[in-house]
Design a protein around this ligand. Structure first.
Ligand SMILES: Cc1ncc(COP(=O)(O)O)c(C=O)c1O
Length: 404
């Protein structure tokens, strides 16, 4: 076997499809979000504006978060020193789990090293524990949920995105005695639409199913205390398991579930992805704790972010740019072609100091490649005006179509 040739062919296929990924080499400037330095090219670093960060509220630079991390570092050092069971269970972890359980009105919470791991570990373990379990999964669920469902080895039924009639059809056709789990997201982060949580919970009641919601793009962002869409819509008590990340609106790193004590006990005791890995650094946990506490008490960041997203969507639409119909803080522009999306992104970075990553397959379906903007509270109107003008110039240069 010519290993090198096979690997090279795999990479060549990505180039041929125009979806070979290039990671941009940047450093963010603490204290002046969304400004950063870019090291691409030979005359860097050059100043850029970041338009695609999932640190939606700039909490990764918030003084309360940075100070908490500094304090923890100087108090207990860098790493946790072990798994949660062996040496890596710190007081910070316990405090943060308490804070997250309270955020979602649940009995308990459990931390993981990322949102990806929390989905994979929880879904795969839950469905293995429930004999004959069938998982009903929204077709646009994140790769980490799909991995968890696959790793559980259980039967999977995929329902059309946010399609309640299809979900009910599948539930009704399933063995009434089989354990069932409905897995879905609240904010779908590539399109910016939202699940009908209450109606899904009505179906789960009717067909005696458990519900599992990924609120990764909603925690910190929605609800009076940042508990997500389930808090905003006052349905958190109807969802069995709420999963979230500490790496996006909370600005740090890590993932979690919030649910009842028994389910936490089961996952903590049976999930390999929780058991056999070094726990999060106490420095990260201290930062996340400060962030969650801050966003429970302050809505200023959420309000500023929502206002920025609304303003940018309006500007794009007024300019005739193909902004997708998002009802949330996500502002996607449909390009529909991986090569063009990459080209626009490259020009924006090289000529306008605008950093927005093209989103291509498999993150989104082929033919729906897009640029995904995530304006934050600090993206002001003049930055948005410059961005819109830059896009219009590029649209003109590449002879792309504008809406009338
Ligand atoms: C919907 C969704 N769930 C889970 C994850 C994984 O979260 P994390 O980045 O904390 O691993 C992501 C990450 O982009 C996501 O978009």
């Amino acid at each position: 076997m010519d290993y090198q040739r096979v690997f090279n062919q795999a990479i060549d296929r990505l180039h041929a499809e125009g979806r070979y990924r290039v990671f941009i080499d940047i450093l963010r400037n603490k204290g002046s979000f969304p400004n950063a330095r870019c090291f691409a090219g030979h005359n860097g670093p050059k100043p850029i504006t970041v338009w695609c960060s999932n640190d939606y509220l700039a909490m990764g630079q918030h003084p309360a978060v940075v100070t908490a991390m500094e304090d923890a570092l100087h108090d207990v050092g860098a790493g946790s020193g072990g798994t949660r069971n062996i040496g890596g269970n710190t007081h910070y972890h316990i405090e943060l789990e308490g804070e997250l359980a309270d955020l979602h009105g649940k009995q308990a919470a459990l931390l993981f090293t990322s949102g990806y791991v929390s989905n994979d570990a929880t879904l795969s373990t839950l469905a293995k524990i429930l004999p004959g379990c069938i998982i009903f999964s929204d077709e646009l669920n994140h790769a980490s949920m799909i991995a968890g469902i696959r790793n559980s080895g259980c039967e999977k039924q995929v329902f059309r995105h946010n399609d309640l009639a299809h979900l009910e059809e599948l539930l009704a056709a399933a063995n009434p005695d089989a354990p069932k789990l409905i897995a879905f997201e609240s904010v779908y982060s590539m399109d910016g639409d939202v699940a009908p949580i209450e109606a899904i919970c009505d179906l789960s009641d009717k067909y005696n199913a458990l519900t599992y919601i990924d609120e990764v793009h909603a925690v910190g962002m929605y609800g009076a205390r940042g508990g997500g869409i389930s808090e905003r819509d006052a349905v958190a008590d109807r969802v069995n398991i709420i999963e979230g990340t500490l790496g996006k609106a909370f600005g740090v790193m890590g993932g979690y579930i919030a649910t009842d004590q028994t389910i936490v006990d089961v996952i903590r005791s049976y999930a390999p992805g929780f058991i056999f890995t070094t726990s999060l650094s106490p420095v990260l946990v201290a930062g996340a704790l400060a962030s969650v506490r801050h966003l429970k008490a302050s809505s200023a960041e959420r309000d500023g972010q929502q206002a920025a997203a609304t303003r940018l969507k309006t500007m794009f639409a007024d300019a005739g740019l193909p902004v997708m119909p998002s009802t949330t803080h996500i502002v996607p522009l449909m390009i529909g072609d991986p090569v063009k999306a990459k080209r626009i992104s490259d020009i924006l970075l090289a000529e306008y100091g605008v950093y927005v990553q093209p989103i291509n397959y498999p993150t989104v379906p082929r033919g729906t490649e897009r640029l995904r903007f995530t304006p934050g509270p600090a993206h002001d109107e003049s930055m948005m005006r410059e961005l819109t003008n830059a896009l219009l110039e590029i649209w003109d240069r590449m002879e792309l179509r504008l809406a009338a």
